[in-house]
Structures are given as structure tokens and as C-alpha cells.
Design a protein around this ligand. Structure first.
Ligand code: ACO
Length: 437
């Protein structure tokens, strides 16, 4: 069998090196021995945006973008969406195995027990303007929990870590629902521990004067499935932030707030909000071809299309399309679905999209469902952040338990000036900053 190693010849020095290959990867540190001379720092890799760099070993999520496969802990996403509840999947992602009946019961109890917010946190929310973006409120309120639970700073105690994991998974729907109620000037609804995770979330969102809220089972199951699909997606932008911030041993509330901030960007979790805006802008099915031409001419992107990993149909988008049908059977069709289907049909036949392997991603249809469920677009990313909290926490726990991980700190290639001397102010006249030129 061929040796699992890479032979490198440095033509600068004619030196030869052998670098071990493990699972199709070389260690960047192994390149440091390659030097052009005794004063040389050693060879580095340059990989802006981590296009070809593994930052960790992880046993949580497997995504094969070429074949359109997504598995959590080895289980195909399709089976999990069909056969499990979101909290079962959350247990799987955090602990590595599906729970038995007893384990699930105590997991659900722990999470339900932690779904209340401290009264001061409610008051904190009151400080936001009536029109504050829910994602801004969500991020800030999660960060504020760090002050309510200061013991979370002890990230090395596994029992303490698990308590914070229960708390965060329990509290994020409550925070999300309160941001929604705040923006509508409605009183907050306390969690109801008789209800399931999604039913309770819907209760906190939409309960009015009725003594007990009863969610439509088809809609709460659809939301549960959406949560399963969004629970983790290996080393995406926000997960990378979670790990990077966590690597300096920051407490998990601040880490989740930072990860949620990364998620809020329009190229990541904010894309579903953009998709709905785009469908509104297109307005009708017959205007789809003109819109596609506009994108091809370089005027904007087709939001909800394309993915760094999936160069094939995103497996989550397929399940979401199915979930959309279930929701629409109850709520009536969202007229935007027709435009979205037409966009997908035309884009998938178009050379521009085929050549670049651009397929609908998880966000293409999720916004349409959220809207049918009664959410305004500004809530969509918050709805993504609730389930993704599970993935962030599992990745954070894995990072802290990994003896190879240290504070995340990339290198750079310095492109600035060499050393120069400070010129007194009176001699600086006429200098213009690059930004002013
Ligand atoms: N519409 C039109 N063209 C696109 C799109 C799109 N949505 N996405 C990529 N392209 C084009 C690029 O312009 C580029 O074309 P070029 O080679 O002619 O320059 C080519 O496809 C490659 O694109 P990159 O930006 O290099 O691909 P990358 O892997 O870096 O980007 C990303 C992935 C950010 C998701 C991108 O496809 C995008 O911006 N999509 C729209 C936003 C979106 O839907 N984000 C949600 C992703 S899912 C999630 O985060 C949960």
C-alpha cells in the first residue's frame, strides 16, 4: 500500500521533506519545518475564508456537499426529520447517541425546567425601542444572561457546562418569543411546562386571552421539523465564531450571542429574510425570467441559492419543500410559493446556475413557511438561532473537551509598511489617507 505521506521538494533550497497525510489532510504545523534559511519563520498556508482548511476534528455532523448528504452523529437528516422530535435530536447532537425513554424524559424535564427568564431579563427587554430588530434584541438578551448566570464562566466543570446547555436550550425560545411580543407591544406569556418545545414556543408567541393555548398539531410538527433541519451544520460561519470565541474560555452565553451575531448576516442565517424580500420585489411569476437575467448580469444575488458546501441540491431544502406542503394544507398557499417554484425551475435549467453548481439552500423555502405560520421576515433569523443554539453548544462542548484545541488565533501575511519614523504634525501637511483619496 502506498505510504500515507506527502513528499515535498522546496525548490528554493533543494531540500526534500515528508509530511504525514491523515484522512486526506496534512497538518499545517508540519510545514513550519520548511524554511528558506535559518532566520525564516517557516512555511505557512494562506487560506482566506477557510476555503480548504479544517479547523477541528468533529464527530457531530457530516455534510457531503457533492452528494447532497447531511447526517447528525451518523443518522441521515431525512430519518431524523421523519422519526424524531427536535428535543430527541438535540440530545443526540449534544450527547452523541439517541436517548432511551428515561434519558429523553429527564432531558426534556431539565430543558423545560430552565425555560423561564429571570424577571430582570424581562425588564432588560423593555429597554429596547418598539421597532428594534428582533435579532438585535435576541443577541443582546442572550449576552445579558451571562450576567444572570455568572457561574457559567467555569467552563471546565462538565456538570456546570451541562447546566448551561440545558438553560440555553430552554431559554432561547422564551427570549425569541419575548422579542416578538415586545415588538408588537403585547404582554409576555410565561412558558407552560405542560407543552412540548415547539407548542410552548407557539404558546409564548401567540396566546391571547384563552386560558390554555392549543397549537395546531400540523403546524407545531412542521416547526419541529424545521428546527431539526437547522440544528447543526458543521463548521459554518456562526459555528466557527462559537468555537473561536469559546476557545478563549468565554462563557457560553457570550459565545452563543457572538455566534448569533454571525448568523444574522444576509449571507448566512439572514438569507431567508432576504429571500422573502426578493420574492416581494419580483411580485409575480411572469417577472421571474427578467429577474434571473438581472442576477446573471451581476446585479445582486439570487438569495437562498448557493452554498459553500453543497454543490448539489441541499438535502434540507428538499425536506422543507415537503414541510411547506403540510403547512399550506392548513394555512392555505402562500402566493410567494408559486414565484419561488418558478425561480427554482428556471434557475436549475440555466447555464449560469448549472455551471456554478448553484442550487436552492435551506433558506430558500424556510422563509415562505415561516410567513405562512404568521411570522414577519424580521423574525426569521431568530427562528434559525433557536435550533442552531443546540449545534453551537455541542460544538463548543466538543471544542473544550478536545486536548488539541487552543485559543483560536490565525496567522497573517503582513502587507503594510516596513518600519518608519513618526513625522511631526507640522511636516505632515498634504498627506491624505487612503480612504480619503
Ligand atoms: N446568486 C447568483 N450568483 C451566485 C450566488 C447566488 N446566490 N451564489 C454564488 N454565486 C456566484 C458568484 O457570484 C460566483 O460567480 P463567479 O464565479 O462568476 O464570480 C460563484 O457563484 C461562486 O460564488 P462564491 O461567492 O465564490 O461562493 P461561496 O461558496 O463563497 O458562497 C454563499 C456561498 C455565500 C452561500 C453564496 O452562494 C451566496 O451568497 N448565496 C446567497 C446567500 C444565501 O442564500 N446564503 C445562505 C446560505 S445557507 C446558510 O448560511 C444557512
Amino acid at each position: 500500500m502506498a505510504k500515507e505521506a506527502l513528499k515535498i521538494v522546496d525548490q528554493r533550497t533543494d531540500m526534500e521533506y515528508e509530511v504525514p497525510v491523515h484522512k486526506g489532510t496534512i497538518r499545517a504545523r508540519d510545514l513550519r519545518q520548511i524554511k528558506s534559511g535559518p532566520d525564516d519563520f517557516g512555511l505557512m498556508t494562506y487560506d482566506p475564508s477557510f476555503m480548504n482548511t479544517a479547523s477541528c476534528r468533529s464527530a457531530i455532523t457530516f455534510a457531503d456537499g457533492e452528494r447532497g448528504i447531511l447526517r447528525y452523529r451518523g443518522y441521515p437528516i431525512e430519518q431524523l426529520a421523519e422519526k424524531c422530535t427536535f428535543l430527541e435530536v438535540a440530545y443526540l447532537i449534544v450527547h452523541g447517541e439517541l436517548p432511551n425513554e428515561q434519558q429523553l424524559k429527564s432531558w426534556v424535564n431539565e430543558i423545560t425546567f430552565h425555560s423561564m427568564l429571570h424577571e430582570t431579563t424581562k425588564k432588560f427587554l423593555e429597554g429596547f425601542r418598539y421597532d428594534a430588530h428582533p435579532m438585535g434584541m435576541f443577541i443582546s438578551t442572550v449576552a445579558a444572561l451571562s450576567t444572570v448566570h455568572p457561574e457559567a464562566r467555569d467552563v471546565h466543570d462538565p456538570a456546570n457546562r451541562l447546566r448551561q446547555i440545558h438553560r440555553l436550550i430552554g431559554k432561547v425560545p422564551t427570549i425569541a418569543a419575548y422579542t416578538y411580543r415586545h415588538s408588537r407591544g403585547m404582554p409576555y406569556v410565561y412558558p407552560d411546562s405542560d407543552l412540548g418545545y415547539c407548542e410552548n414556543f407557539m404558546n409564548m408567541l401567540w396566546r391571547l386571552a384563552e386560558p390554555k393555548y392549543h397549537a395546531n398539531p400540523a403546524l407545531s410538527r412542521a416547526l419541529d421539523i424545521l428546527f431539526i433541519l437547522h440544528a447543526d451544520h458543521e463548521q459554518n460561519c456562526s459555528t466557527n465564531v462559537m468555537r473561536a470565541v469559546g476557545s478563549s474560555q468565554t462563557d457560553p452565553y457570550l459565545c452563543v450571542a457572538a455566534a448569533a451575531a454571525a448568523l444574522s448576516g444576509p449571507l448566512h442565517g439572514g438569507a431567508n429574510e432576504e429571500v422573502v424580500k426578493l420574492l416581494d420585489e419580483i411580485g409575480s411569476k411572469d417577472r421571474v425570467p427578467a429577474y434571473i437575467e438581472q442576477v446573471k448580469a451581476g446585479h445582486g444575488k439570487l438569495m437562498g441559492f448557493g452554498h459553500r458546501v453543497y454543490k448539489h441540491y441541499d438535502p434540507r431544502a428538499r425536506i422543507i419543500r415537503w414541510a411547506a406542503e403540510q403547512v399550506f394544507a392548513t394555512t392555505g398557499k402562500n402566493p410567494k410559493l408559486e414565484i419561488a417554484l418558478e425561480l427554482e425551475r428556471i434557475a436549475l435549467e440555466d447555464e449560469y446556475f448549472i455551471k456554478r453548481k448553484l442550487y436552492p439552500n435551506v433558506e430558500f423555502y424556510s422563509g415562505i413557511i415561516y410567513q405562512a405560520l404568521g411570522f414577519k421576515p424580521d423574525m426569521f433569523t431568530v427562528l434559525f438561532a433557536i435550533p442552531r443554539t443546540v449545534g453551537w453548544l455541542a460544538q463548543w462542548k466538543e471544542m473544550l473537551e478536545d486536548p488539541e484545541q487552543k485559543t483560536a488565533r490565525p496567522r497573517q501575511i503582513y502587507t503594510g509598511h516596513a518600519q518608519r519614523d513618526v513625522v511631526p504634525m507640522e511636516q505632515r501637511a498634504g498627506t491624505t489617507l487612503a480612504a480619503e483619496r
